[in-house]
Design a protein around this ligand. Sequence first.
Ligand code: ADP
Length: 461
Amino acid sequence: MADADAATIEEAKVRLQVAAARQEESGQGIARIPRSAFQALGITEGDPVEIEGKRVTAALAIPTYSEDESLSVIRLDGLQRGNAETSSGEHVTVRRAESRPATRVVFAPAQREMRLQGQGEALKRVFFRKPLVAGDLVATHGQQPVQDVPPQVRRMFNAPAYALTQIRLQVVSTVPKGIVHIDENTEVELRAEFEEPRDGRGTVNYDDVGGMEDTITALREMVELPLRYPELFTRLGVDPPKGVLLHGPPGTGKTRLAQAVANESDAEFFTINGPEIMGSAYGESEKRLREVFEEASRVAPAIVFIDEIDSIAPKRQNVTGEAEKRLVAQLLTLMDGLEARSNLVVIAATNRPDAVDEALRRPGRFDREIIIGVPDEKGRREILAIHTRGMPLGEGVDLTELARSTHGFVGADLAALAREAAIEAVRRIMPKIDFDERTVPSEVLETLQVERNDFKAALKR
Ligand code: ADP
């Protein structure tokens, strides 16, 4: 570039500390940065920026919330933190991005349970002008508007909803490579089949568990920190925890939380289901258990998640069968055999902490405990926001009010409620659907909204 000023601006970069995006802004592809960073980079609101952690990704820059203004932070959601291979508290380098129009972008579902049909055109509207990098995980989103920005910038984000739930996709490939965006001329393909994310990375992250702020902080200290920075512990001469016991009622998000910690720590995730492993043939259960621990140690950093541990390791005085006794003994041996600095953490979940063999709760085994309770109103509000994140919601839908009227609901109940409400909305437009057609016309799709009454009807079920 001939212009000297432009060249300096292009080289300009700022170092910012990563912080989590607000729950409701998650999945929108924006990065909140201080106004001073806009000046330093020579960019304006809505411009694309390159974000470099251990990997490079891109986002549209939006001024940060006023209370953050004096802090050198960049707010990124969980998918973006994964895309940049960074996590909250770490630093990333931010530059102005030269985003090029793509001639072709290929997406694939990043969720195993999701099968999509080639609706490339609809996706084109959702991701129009958003910077994308091949390998990124991205999300479709509903119409919750981005706050505190001028209308012309906000319009860029209020793309029509793609589906009634938030869908996570992988950007499989782009032409050209590097940071690109979709414009009128881009050919967009959506593959039907699930595509294994880069490094087997899962899509669940801290943004996906609601009402658990304190729990996440505690787990980050106990699990993420030692997995990411084992040298901290070596240096201090203390052993990081090997085992953490999560206890709380079913459906409160224990499994989801463990997956989120694994993903945010860049650790491999292994699940052992208590009742399932108990059902195996003679000798098989111990073998399975050993195999999982061996494999996890081999690929560490790793998290082994044991769901319903009380069925594997019930109090020994309650145990009558030889098989159970051997399995408890095997688990104890495996826990004791773990090197303190093996970079492997075992997280176990139970609904009945009193039913777990005390020997497992001794020091060096599951010596940390975290209670996951039934969510309070604020927690329910957060969980509802997560499960309606991708939904086009009618104006009358008030999540705060819904949170108030769902006392006693756990996360799984609230997820079911949101799903039911969406099905109610689909029922309403059924008469408009011509069943001879293979797809629903876009005029009909665009009127599809989940209304207050849909939630009311869902609550009655
Ligand atoms: P647990 O392991 O405690 O039985 P899960 O993690 O399996 O519960 O939760 C089941 C489902 O309920 C999750 O997949 C999620 O959809 C929803 N869910 C539960 N708790 C939460 C939460 N705190 N935040 C968001 N979703 C939740």
